[in-house]
Write a protein that binds this ligand. Structure first.
Ligand code: SF4
Length: 278
């Protein structure tokens, strides 16, 4: 079967940078190395790191003295970094610069008296990190969810880096009619927009779409939603082991898109399986 792979499928710039950093630290350090939370949202990549001796902890409380801690692409909660510093642990910051931007804006604008509104998933590690930089209480609006009443004259709206542009626009629009001053800071990552545009174009050209990436990866799930809205025969899988031949009955061309945290070798595994299908 013909397989059309999206130009942007696989690791984004930020993930590649962090993964390279972890590999470099693992090669150079004799001391144990751990990542603060799974380094990226891809179980297959995390398994490869653990083969290299890089462990994962969920908090600084779990880290033994003398261990090097790598901060993941999504960033970390500020208090955790302060705890690491107080203990004298070596910290290597792998936070993507595009994630550092909403963290910095949350801090700066909350200091300037704005009530911070974040469009994103409150349970996502990136958003927990961003919230921790705001120096005042802030509000998280879930994409597609209601925009609550906020008692503040000035609000500043920022977005999860993987937020769909239309959702950011919707929340800014609702708030603009309610508050005297609304400051919108578009913190959506360009990679996400390009990847989503690419996936949209791909879904309209093929008979079915496979989106590859961790089930725990927000940007991969968004890609699958975008493709499914255009091409109902869209499947989100982590590896080729989940694919079923019957899903592709009558298909001539299958499109393949992948999240920003999906390693190239996982994308290639799925592509090879599809190419071999008759
Ligand atoms: S998708 Fe964008 S924000 Fe997220 S890690 Fe990649 S480059 Fe950074």
């Amino acid at each position: 079967m013909d397989v059309k792979i999206a130009k942007t499928a696989g690791f984004c710039w930020g993930v590649r940078r962090t993964v390279d950093k972890v590999m470099e630290v693992a090669d150079q350090h004799r001391a144990p190395v751990v990542t603060l939370g799974p380094i990226i949202h891809n179980p297959q990549a995390v398994a490869r790191f653990s083969e290299k001796g890089v462990g994962t902890v969920m908090g600084i409380g779990e880290v033994a003295d003398g261990t090097t801690v790598v901060v993941r692409t999504h960033g970390a909660v500020r208090e955790e970094l302060e705890r690491a510093e107080a203990r004298g642990l070596e910290v290597v910051d792998g936070t993507c610069p595009y994630v550092k931007y909403p963290q910095a804006m949350a801090q700066r604008l909350s200091r300037e008296g704005y009530h911070i509104v974040i469009v994103g998933d409150a349970n996502h590690a990136e958003i927990k990190g961003v919230i921790s930089y705001s120096e005042q209480p802030c509000t998280v609006v879930k994409p597609g969810g209601p925009v609550p009443e906020i008692k503040a004259k000035k609000v500043a709206v920022i977005a999860q880096t993987t937020c769909i542009g239309a959702e950011f626009e919707r929340v800014v629009g609702v708030l603009a009619l309610r508050h005297k001053e609304v400051r919108a800071v578009n913190t959506i990552c360009n990679d996400t927009e390009e990847r989503q545009a690419d996936a949209r174009a791909l879904a309209s050209e093929v008979d079915a779409v496979v989106v590859v990436g961790g089930k725990n990866s927000a940007n991969t799930r968004h890609l699958a939603e975008i493709c499914r809205a255009i091409q109902p025969r869209t499947w989100h899988v982590e590896t080729e082991a989940e694919l079923e031949p019957a899903w592709f009955d009558g298909c001539r061309v299958v499109g393949l898109s992948a999240g920003a945290s999906t390693p190239d070798w996982v994308v290639e595994g799925v592509a090879s399986w599809l190419r071999a299908l008759r």
